[in-house]
Ligand binder design. Structure first.
Ligand code: UDP
Length: 241
């Protein structure tokens, strides 16, 4: 019988997930938390059931991407809050993909909120809470020693664009605009760079195509209320084309 590995000691606790070692040293369990944070964790809350929604949504999206040839750390969902994953060394870059201007892009460059960008923008941010996750370019990556080989940065960009093409079309069919999202990647035991972390309404912005209603963490950031029903609606749209 092929039994799932068992949860062991806590390896790391982040803002949205706890990471546990397992009886298989090549695999970890990500437990999705109900905690909500925004603005570099200056704003905090918790919403019961949010972690489970993100765990299911992420699992379904990793499965979808896998069918399109995108390699990720995802192995399977164990229960509603726990995901079995390949152990990876996370690369400390937040890869942000944007189709529509909003959030920090609008603020930084003065582009009006909601403007469709002439092409998909891919940005890198240095994953460092103490520094407030500053935006960085390829040369910063090399200076910081995060990634030394230009081909790896190009790979991150290409994967991010492929993922955007797949997800944008998928959500468009389901009446949602994929406004922007954040990805993280990691190196597995073979040194291969694969998609990691999560893809959920905590890390993506979804707007209803008809009404522009926000169905993501902006409901928390902007005190719009009804966060859980918005996340549940994203799940329902994923499940019913
Ligand atoms: N994002 C994220 N984690 C972060 C920063 C951003 O998941 O630490 C996501 C965010 O949900 C949005 C996209 O990345 O989908 C772009 O976020 P932006 O830079 O506009 O930052 P914000 O307005 O959230 O400060």
């Amino acid at each position: 019988m092929n039994q799932s590995p068992q949860k062991q000691s806590l390896l790391y606790e982040g803002k949205g997930k706890k990471l546990f070692a397992t009886t298989d040293e090549g695999q970890v369990i990500a437990e999705f938390k109900d905690d909500l944070t925004a603005f570099n964790a200056q704003k905090r809350s918790s919403e019961s059931g949010k972690g489970a929604l993100n765990c299911v949504i992420s699992s379904l999206l990793f499965e979808l991407l896998g069918k399109h040839g995108i390699k990720s750390h995802y192995i399977k969902m164990l229960d509603e809050n726990n995901m079995l994953c390949q152990k990876v060394q996370i690369i400390p870059i937040e890869v942000v993909v944007r189709n529509i201007a909003t959030g920090s892009l609008s603020k930084r460059l003065g582009i009006e909120d909601g403007v469709v960008l002439p092409f998909t923008l891919v940005e890198f941010y240095y994953k460092d809470d103490a520094l407030g996750d500053p935006i960085i370019n390829d040369e910063h990556c090399k200076i910081l020693g995060i990634i030394n080989d230009e081909r790896d940065l190009e790979h991150l960009r290409q994967e991010a664009r492929k993922i955007n093409d797949i997800l944008r079309a998928f959500f468009d069919d389901r009446g949602l605009k994929l406004v922007d999202f954040k990805l993280e990647f990691g190196r597995n035991a073979q040194g291969e760079i694969i998609l990691a972390d999560e893809i959920s309404p905590d890390s993506c912005r979804f707007w209803d195509k008809q009404t522009n209603k926000k169905l993501d963490k902006d409901r928390f950031r902007q005190d719009l209320g009804d966060l859980k029903s918005a996340y549940a609606e994203v799940l329902q749209r994923i499940q019913t084309p």
